[in-house]
Design a protein around this ligand. Structure first.
Ligand code: FAD
Ligand code: NAP
Ligand code: SF4
Length: 676
């Protein structure tokens, strides 16, 4: 144990025999997109250096393939030739400026490879990839084992302290270990002993090539969450085999990428899957790492102190705050910028082949490009609007030495985040507001709530710069009968808590339409009730069926009958987040919400909402109609200032309302603060 009063278990070193980790935090593997960018390794080195400086014990890099077929994408990163080593040295040298260790993740994508040369245990196509893999010959299997060993040797040459062998999430090794994909009848298929042979041979070969003083983490799929996944007995057999083959640590893998159970999104309760690592602790002696939706030092400490695991892996929380560990060590966990699990700037970007970053921390992966140097001239700056844009601007500008005053007409900071945080499963948004409240105090930012500023007041106060982050106004609609008492805006529902009847039509199926539908059908948020949440998604903690999925799902009776409507003919929800849209759709489907596209809104009357689809008119007999039809910029103050010849800066929704989200609002604010 460490003598830190608040987090003694989290900050305790971990002795691995030949080496010691500084503490129990592992920064989990994340592909950033910099791996493939020109000059990306210099930026990656800066990215990892910042996390090492911030005190993380062990870093695992994004997945790097041991050979060409195993690449995730045609130009994906590979470590197989001696000339690949040089660029990796930049990363390891940067990390080793601090007492942090770093392992390279070796990931063979198997049938998840997005190219026509993919291979797998058998010729079984994945539902999330258009390419059908070729079944590997025995020669190819043996060659692949050698490739892993060779890559590990090169990783050691590059200065890595070890490797993580990716054996979960449905990648190649996982494809071999489960009958779902492994249909082989030779010594690589059939019994679990045969199916896990590839994993064990790789571990042995890596150990032989890289030596005893080399960390080998094996990421074991403890819960496949797919039909045809392994039984608990198979998972235990494999864990024991992995331990005997020479792994230093076993990391917990939860769910294949194609699993239809959310495993890391914001609606997943914190630490919802640590019970599986705890269960495995009774079976093996090798130190175990647990993972998934652990985002605060308090949650991590609780896991470690209760003996559920020996280490805690957090990936996205280190994007959100590189100083997570040093802040915890200084008993300043209330200063941590908490990952809210939104996936908007990290996973959603990676899946769209864009560089990853973080919604709450736009400097992540931009360490050399978005920096906040001390201002040459200290300015007196007024910020109007304490939503995400105004808050982010104020903190970054104050950090540079400017004197900042922030005004909001509301009684609390946060703008629309105060509506977002009420949506079931979005409670993490509270953390962002807690973070900003703390930063306002730390940076001596003068906060004026309940103050609607006029142009005259702002001009009279003699500010050097005025930044308007006044957000949006909901779009008004021109539909016959729109003034009917049945009609409400989402603000009347979420802010004013106006009563809503049992039958509801929602006009507009963007992010807010979906959120309002969830708010109205789920009266109880399951984020604080992990067992109920697991049951609602069909996860069986007793592990009676293979893959950990239950044949029965427990669902609650929805609180209301809802229609969610859009004019477009495309799939409802098609514009939601790449990695989270399916969760929102599935949640509403479970609750019987009718999602209708291609709607024309004809009239609101005493009966309800009259609509037409394909020219056929019908009346949705509803008690209320809630408008979630997008937003327009709130610019009245800007126009008043303009009339007085003052050129204010516009950021966030006040700048461009279309497709505005907090990711864009915060990044734009940070970019302005960096140069003002
Ligand atoms: P706002 O948040 O609108 O803040 C503007 C502030 O300015 C307000 O506090 C207002 O009171 C103040 N103001 C305006 N005029 C004046 C004046 N004259 N004087 C003083 N104060 C003034 N985005 C995401 O990225 N992810 C999500 O999951 C997400 N979920 C959402 C869920 C809901 C239900 C809602 C409503 C929004 C959600 N959003 C989400 C959108 C996100 O909240 C907005 O994009 C973001 O808040 C925009 O930030 P902003 O600072 O530009 O404006
Ligand atoms: P939005 O995503 O732009 O959706 C607006 C909806 O209103 C669309 O369904 C649109 O569909 C409809 N609409 C637009 N004009 C209309 C009109 N004149 N009459 C009737 N319907 C109309 O905007 P939003 O839902 O207000 O969300 C605002 C921003 O917050 C979004 O950009 C989003 O990124 C962000 N947000 C994100 C999340 C998240 O989970 N990531 C959650 C909430 C909000 P049709 O035009 O087809 O009818
Ligand atoms: Fe976490 Fe969202 Fe940042 Fe990703 S973008 S690290 S999920 S806060």
């Amino acid at each position: 144990m460490n003598d830190n009063a608040a987090f003694p278990h989290l900050l305790a070193p971990l002795d691995l025999g030949f080496t010691t980790l500084a503490n129990r935090t592992l920064m989990g593997s994340m592909h950033t997109g910099l791996e493939e960018e020109k000059g990306g390794f210099d930026k990656l080195a800066a990215f990892y250096r910042a996390r090492a400086k911030g005190g993380v014990g062990l870093i695992v890099t994004g997945g790097i393939s041991p050979n060409t077929r195993g690449r995730l994408a045609p130009f994906g990163c590979e470590l197989s030739k001696f000339w690949h080593v040089g660029k990796h040295k930049k990363i390891t040298a940067a990390v080793h400026e601090y007492p942090t260790k770093i392992c390279l993740q070796l990931l063979h994508a198997g049938r998840y490879a997005y190219h026509p040369f993919s291979v797998s245990a058998s010729k079984v196509k994945s539902p999330i990839n258009p390419f059908t893999p070729k079944a590997m010959s025995v020669g190819q299997i043996k060659g692949t084992i050698k490739d892993f060993a060779h890559s590990a040797k090169l990783a050691k040459k590059a200065g890595y302290d070890g490797v993580e062998i990716m054996g979960s999430e449905g990648y190649l090794i996982n494809q071999f270990s489960c009958v779902k994909v492994n249909k082989r009848t030779d010594e690589w298929g059939g019994s679990i002993e045969n199916r896990m042979r590839l994993a064990l041979e790789i571990i042995r070969a890596v150990r032989a090539s890289a030596g005893d003083d080399f960390i080998i983490i094996f990421r074991l799929s403890m819960l496949d969450l797919v039909d045809g996944g392994n039984s608990w007995q198979d998972v235990v057999t494999m864990a024991k085999g992995v331990e005997a083959a020479g792994a230093t640590l076993i990391n917990t893998g939860i769910g294949w990428h194609e699993a239809r159970v959310p495993t890391i999104s914001t609606s997943v309760p914190r630490a919802a899957f640590t019970w599986i690592t705890e269960r495995m602790k009774k079976e093996v002696n090798v130190p175990l790492i647990t993972t998934n939706r652990i985002n605060t030092p308090e949650v991590a400490e609780e896991i470690l102190s209760s003996g559920q695991a020996d280490m805690v892996s957090m990936a996205r929380p280190f994007l959100a705050d590189e100083n997570f560990v040093v802040k915890a060590a200084a008993n300043k966990s209330d200063e941590i910028n908490t990952c809210i699990g939104c996936n908007q700037a990290c996973l959603d970007h990676v899946f769209k082949q864009q560089r990853a970053s973080c919604l709450v921390n736009p400097t992540a992966c931009y360490e050399t490009e978005l920096t906040f140097e001390n201002a040459a001239t200290k300015k007196k700056i007024a910020v109007v609007g304490a939503g995400p844009a105004g808050l982010a601007f104020s903190v970054y500008a104050a950090q540079r030495g400017h004197s900042v005053e922030i005004f909001d007409r509301g009684s609390e900071i946060g703008g629309q985040f105060n509506y977002a945080k009420q949506i079931p499963g979005k409670e993490e948004f509270f953390e962002t507001l807690r973070y900003f409240n703390k930063q306002i105090a730390l940076h001596d930012i003068a906060l004026h709530l309940n103050q609607e500023q006029s142009a005259e007041q702002l001009v009279a106060a003699g500010f050097d710069e005025i930044v308007l982050a006044t957000g949006i106004v909901p779009r008004a609609l021109d539909i016959k009968g729109i003034d009917h008492e049945k009609v409400k805006s989402y603000i009347q529902v979420l802010r004013d808590k106006e009563p809503v009847g049992k039958r509801v039509a929602i006009i507009g199926a963007g992010g807010i339409g979906f959120d309002v539908a969830e708010f109205l059908v789920e009266e109880e948020s399951l984020t604080t009730n992990p067992d109920k949440w697991l049951k609602s998604w069909g996860v069986d903690k007793n592990y009676q069926e293979n893959g950990g999925l239950s044949t029965t799902r427990v669902s609650e009776t929805p609180a209301r009958e809802i229609y969610l409507l859009q004019r477009k003919t495309s799939k409802v929800g098609a514009g939601l987040g790449k990695t989270t849209g399916w969760i929102h759709r599935a949640t509403l489907q479970k609750n019987g919400v009718q999602m209708l596209a291609g709607i024309t809104y004809d009239e609101v009357n005493d009966e309800g909402l009259v609509i037409s689809i394909d020219g056929k008119q019908q009346t949705l007999q509803v008690d209320n109609i809630i408008i979630c039809a997008g937003q327009e910029s709130e610019r009245s103050l800007y126009r008043q200032l303009e009339a007085q010849g003052v050129n204010a800066h516009l950021i966030g929704g006040a700048n461009v309302a279309a497709e505005l989200d907090a990711k864009r609002a915060i990044r734009q604010a940070a970019e302005l603060a960096a140069k003002i």
